[in-house]
Design a protein around this ligand. Structure first.
Ligand code: UDP
Length: 416
């Protein structure tokens, strides 16, 4: 029996005043056509990272729209997550030799997951598989039943993949009825994409992570962590992972400090169950910080949950996202939605979030440091930037738009 996640309850009507009217009306219309459709989401973890974050919003909203939605976590244990981490890195371009042992481990957990689905006796109209970890579930379950439509959702950038892993996985992925990518630029070169559908992710403006928090409340929370709220601070919220470059963020902070000596740095990172490298990188970052009392490292294990992330993001003077590779980078939309000025790398989905003056795109550490110093010294510039970024997110990256795109895809696949 696969672990099911209870995602709680949300009501679409609560979003009505935040989003544009046409979007709300289209959602009502799609909901009417899809009422009762049975949808199963499968991913690797219910905790940590962007996919779980999205499902915690999307699943309850789709339920509220009248669909019958379930969210199941595939089987997994450390050996499997070690392999899928290697696959993940390889698909993002890292060197890696695909071994028979790794394939065997990968297939074993996919087979067990597929068997559990088949044995449950439940039937779904749509099975929505997230990322490479459960990508072979479709193959091993034999497609479940005739009418089931299969969607594979890729949340990462596979544009320069390790060929061995791609050649191994892709024949299975091409079998899905739809391959959903955040943007065309992330798709792998030279492969068949029979059902390519482009859907960027989104953030939930009403979740504890993103709901409006007063400056006083945010300040009260942040000060409890020892950060001096009377002095400016830079923030990066990200898993401790080389792709997120926390060491580079420390370099940026050190350069900014030469111009703004009172600046502080806060690094917040959750530890995900499917991320065994996280701890190594956490200690690497702690060492690199070298005992600087103005560098703060927090994680979910030091009580930084959604509300606390919200408080840090709401109060940060500049939010940095110095990723080297990025899927979409939900944290960028989260910061922009809080009207924060954001300084972020020109990678992955970040440029589509930072447009027309809502944030600053950078390519190097000195550029990032110069952008941070400028924002710290020019509050009017920073405020205007934050305002523009927020409006861009309102128009493009809030969950009702994501729900609409997915419901459109379901309706197309089911022919309703
Ligand atoms: N996150 C969090 N606490 C942390 C670090 C990250 O809640 O300490 C959340 C963050 O707010 C965002 C998600 O995890 O919602 C990360 O998604 P993103 O797309 O930025 O990166 P991913 O981890 O999926 O590569």
């Amino acid at each position: 029996m696969l672990q099911r996640v209870n995602p709680g309850h949300k009501a679409l009507a609560d979003y009505r005043s935040i989003i544009h009217r046409e979007l709300y009306e289209e959602l009502q219309e799609l909901a009417g056509r899809l009422r009762g459709a049975r949808v199963l989401h499968v991913n690797a973890t219910s905790f940590g990272g962007g996919v779980a974050e999205i499902l915690y919003t999307l699943v309850p909203l789709a339920l509220d729209a009248g669909l019958e939605v379930e969210w199941a976590i595939m089987f997994g244990a450390e050996p499997f997550f070690n392999v899928t981490k290697r696959f993940h890195n390889a698909l993002q371009g890292a060197d890696y030799e695909l071994t028979i042992e790794d394939r065997a481990i990968y297939e074993e957990y996919n087979r067990r997951t597929a068997r559990a689905l088949a044995e449950s006796g439940e039937e779904w109209d749509i099975v929505f598989i997230h990322d490479p970890q459960p990508a072979l579930v479709r193959e091993f379950s034999g497609g479940l039943r005739e009418g089931t439509r299969w969607i594979w959702r890729c949340h990462i950038d596979t544009s320069t993949p390790n060929r061995q892993v791609l050649d191994y996985l892709w024949p299975y992925i091409a079998d899905y009825d739809a391959q959903v990518y955040t943007m065309r630029e992330y798709t792998p070169p030279g492969v068949e994409l029979p059902g390519l559908t482009l859907i960027p992710p989104a953030i939930d403006p009403l979740s504890p992570k993103n709901m409006a928090l007063s400056r006083d409340d945010a300040s009260y929370i942040v000060s409890q962590f020892g950060v001096d709220t009377g002095r400016p601070f830079l923030l990066q919220v990200s898993r401790f992972d080389p792709w997120k470059d926390p060491l580079g963020v420390i370099d940026v902070y050190r350069m900014v400090r030469e111009e703004v000596p009172e600046v502080q740095l806060v690094l917040v990172g959750s530890m995900a169950h499917d991320d065994p490298e996280g701890w190594d990188y956490w200690y690497k970052t702690v060492n690199y910080a070298g005992g600087d009392p103005d560098i703060f490292l927090f994680s979910n294990l030091t009580n930084v949950g959604a509300i606390e992330v919200n408080a840090f993001q709401s109060l940060a003077d500049v939010v940095i996202q110095k990723s080297i590779r990025e899927g979409f980078g939900l944290v960028v939309s989260e910061a922009l939605w809080k009207a924060r000025p954001v300084v972020a790398s020109r990678v992955g989905g970040i440029p589509m979030q930072i447009t027309s003056g809502g944030g600053i795109l950078i390519d190097t550490i000195p550029e990032a440091a110069a952008a941070c110093a400028k924002l710290l010294s020019d509050p009017d510039f920073a405020r205007e930037m934050g305002r523009r970024g927020k409006e861009h997110v309102r128009a493009n990256f809030l969950t009702p738009r994501l729900l609409r795109d997915e419901l459109r895809l379901f309706a197309k696949l089911l022919g309703v």
